[in-house]
Design a protein around this ligand. Structure first.
Ligand code: PRP
Length: 215
């Protein structure tokens, strides 16, 4: 292992916001702004190396120590329960995990509920706590289609602006949990790069406080 801090960033808007936060915190890597097809970027002055990974894979890279730290949504952490340290709530990427169904739909409590979702563990836990029988239909995207096509009764999914639900004549039935992005670290990296990781956490924490982003 070299003395770089290896950071897994989620591809997409959350990753761009996360990178901007890291840049403001003093961990710039200008080349990352013109990525092309490259996935790894490093800055030999700040000793940081960034990887662009699929958002749902960030916690895998961190847990397996392919990255020392990463930025990941609470939804992914709740779903996959990785064995890593959650160091900071960054307050970005805010949304909620919710149950939604077709507008006005009702489902008898004594019937098994068909639940389509990308988050089977979150859905199972939620309904287990209610003592409700469910069948999970695991999908990988466009979850909103499931109730429209009669594939499921409800969905458990991320709601950010609510526009996707609205455009598809669906409505939120119940909120499950509020989601935001977390700064996470590999446990062994934290032990061996304590000073550097703590310094990064403190700088990010000061920035988040200043922005009033963390609730
Ligand atoms: C997510 C989520 C919803 C949508 C919610 O999907 O699964 O479909 O965003 O956002 P909104 O409330 O602002 O409309 P994503 O864009 O990740 O695509 P997916 O269908 O591949 O899951």
């Amino acid at each position: 292992m070299d003395n770089y801090i290896n950071i897994a960033l989620p591809k997409g808007r959350l990753g761009e916001n996360a990178y901007n936060l890291l840049e403001e915190a003093g961990y710039a890597c200008p080349e990352i702004k013109n990525p092309g097809r490259k996935l790894i970027f490093e800055n030999s002055e700040t000793r940081v190396r960034y990887f662009w990974v699929k958002p749902s894979d960030v916690s895998i890279y961190v847990e397996k120590q392919a990255a020392d730290v990463g930025i990941v949504g609470l939804d992914i952490l709740l779903e996959s329960k990785p064995d890593i340290y959650e160091l900071l709530n960054l307050g970005i990427g805010k949304c909620r995990m919710a149950i939604a169904s077709k507008k006005g739909a009702h489902f008898p409590l004594d019937k098994t509920l068909r639940v389509a979702t990308k988050f089977p563990n979150i859905a199972k836990n939620y309904y287990a706590n209610l003592g409700r029988d469910i069948d999970i239909i695991k999908l990988n995207g466009s979850i909103e289609l499931a109730p429209i096509l009669g594939l499921s009764d409800v969905i458990v999914d991320i709601v950010e602006t609510g526009k996707t639900l609205y455009a598809n004549n669906l409505e939120v039935v119940e909120d499950i949990v509020t989601i935001s992005a977390r700064f996470v670290a590999n446990k062994s990296s934290f032990k061996f790069k304590t000073k550097e990781i703590q310094k990064m956490t403190e700088k990010l924490s000061l920035l988040c406080d200043a922005k009033g982003e963390v609730q």
